[in-house]
Design a protein around this ligand. Structure first.
Ligand code: UD1
Length: 418
């Protein structure tokens, strides 16, 4: 196993390019299952999670090759309909193959994702939606077994809470259904829109792009398409916050500031200077940090995937910050680790009350999940002394070459064997 060793106190300076979005790439890769032929996806990050879903597709009979950041995926050989436990347990988003497999093959057997470090994270919305579309579902030996006789049928689906992968799964299934499916109160994260655009290019008939109400008129056949993965807004947000924590001035390229409306406004409120163009952002920290309050919400609200990173920043801001997590329970596991570095944080129900301290102190800490790991890196960059972060495989699930990118900006960070 590897650990990260960070010598804190170096300002970040220069320019760094953002990668394609992990959470967009995963459904786009799953969507290639919907029809045979060569699909081309550009700007796909090379991460542990994208490798996992590709391994899963390979297991199903799909072939693929990578050239730079482009993936060429041919699902003509699709012959298997089972997503095994060993692959699903390492990544919940594997559930994204359920809708496409069922729509194309009429059957699917997918392991249940099981528990997860950041709360219960059920998949009941995915299953209820498919059932409403006519699928027969059985739970057997930890697997969901789904089948249909002919085609799925269009129906009305209402999400009690807008689920991102739930919307994506049902959207993919609905493209090949008989009749019209209306998804109400669906997720409208930019990653969902990226998938809508891919499906439309494949010949799907979808109305309501970018809204919480998607209407899908099923078609009999789709065709492969060429799709550009959107830039990773969570990676972009993490680097913006990193400059807030470490100080300095950095330009992020190949990003989309329009996908981070709430974070950018909040960071301006915290005292950062941020200039946006269509696909770059320049960020600097001209003076002291001020505390701000946030509440995580579905898009376009403040993303839960940036809550941990912002908490690292608020830990060294002037004043008191209240951070409320409304999407996932148990998403405060970074708190105990940030406290080991000197943070003053109190949990009250689903809120964290963060009282700014002057400086983090380097310590040995442990990564507990993907975004929690990122918050520890940010704290390490700002800390006095050395921070050692173990279990960094969590980080590698979702950040492409974070060590290399931060080194390029002047951080003292390296990977070492534990
Ligand atoms: C996706 C993202 C993840 C992000 C999350 C919220 C991917 C691969 N992952 O996860 O990074 O943190 O959105 O923005 O895109 N829920 C149910 N039943 C369900 C499904 C969801 O109750 O069947 C609840 C969840 O417990 C949670 C809320 O709905 O409270 C939103 O979860 P959801 O959007 O589904 O998260 P994911 O799609 O798993």
């Amino acid at each position: 196993m590897e650990k990260l060793v960070i010598e804190g106190g170096y300002r970040l300076e220069g320019e760094v390019s953002m990668s394609g979005a992990k959470n967009a790439a995963l459904p786009l890769i799953a969507a290639t299952l919907l029809t045979a032929g060569e699909h081309i996806l550009h700007n796909v990050p090379d991460l542990r999670d994208t490798r996992t879903i590709l391994a899963l597709l390979e297991d199903l009979g799909v072939t693929w090759r990578r050239a730079g950041t482009s993936l060429y995926i041919d699902s003509a050989g699709l012959c298997n309909f089972e997503a095994p436990y060993d692959l699903v347990k390492t990544m919940r988003a594997s559930i994204l193959v359920l809708g496409p497999l069922l729509a194309r093959l009429g059957k699917a057997r997918v392991s249940l994702p099981g528990g997860c470090a950041i709360g219960a994270r059920p998949i009941d919305f995915h299953l209820q939606g498919l059932q409403k579309m006519g699928a027969r579902l059985d739970l057997e030996e930890g697997y969901v077994q789904a089948s249909i006789d002919n085609r799925l049928s269009g129906t009305n689906i209402y999400f009690d809470i807008p689920s991102v992968t739930g919307t994506e799964n049902l959207l993919m299934a609905a493209t090949l259904a008989e009749g019209t499916t209306v998804i109400k109160n669906g997720a409208r994260e930019p990653e969902v829109t990226n998938l809508v655009d891919m499906l439309v290019n494949m010949g799907a008939d979808i109305e309501g792009r970018n809204t919480d109400r998607l209407t899908v008129h099923g078609v009999k056949q789709l065709k492969p398409a060429v799709t550009e993965t959107i830039p990773d807004r969570i990676e972009t947000g993490t680097y913006l916050i990193a400059v807030g924590a470490a100080g300095g001035k950095v330009t992020l390229t190949n990003c989309n500031p329009a996908h981070l409306p709430s974070l950018i406004e909040k960071l301006r409120g915290a005292g950062l200077q941020i200039e946006e163009s269509e696909n770059t952002i320049t960020v600097s920290r001209p003076g002291p940090l001020q505390s701000i309050d946030i509440k995580t919400q579905p898009y376009p609200g403040f993303p839960t995937d940036l809550q941990a990173q912002l908490m690292a920043l608020m830990s060294i801001a002037n004043g008191l910050s209240v951070m409320t997590e409304t999407i996932f329970e148990n998403r405060f596991m970074h708190v105990a680790e940030l406290k080991r570095m000197g943070a003053d944080i109190r949990i009250n129900g689903n809120s964290a009350i963060v009282k700014g301290i002057e400086k983090f102190k380097g310590a040995r800490v442990m990564a507990t999940d993907l975004r929690a790991s990122a918050s520890l890196v940010l704290a390490g960059l700002a800390a006095e002394g050395t921070t050692e972060i173990s279990r960094i495989y969590h980080l590698e699930r979702g950040y492409e070459d974070m060590t290399g990118k931060l080194q390029k900006l002047g951080a003292e960070i390296k990977k070492e064997k534990e």
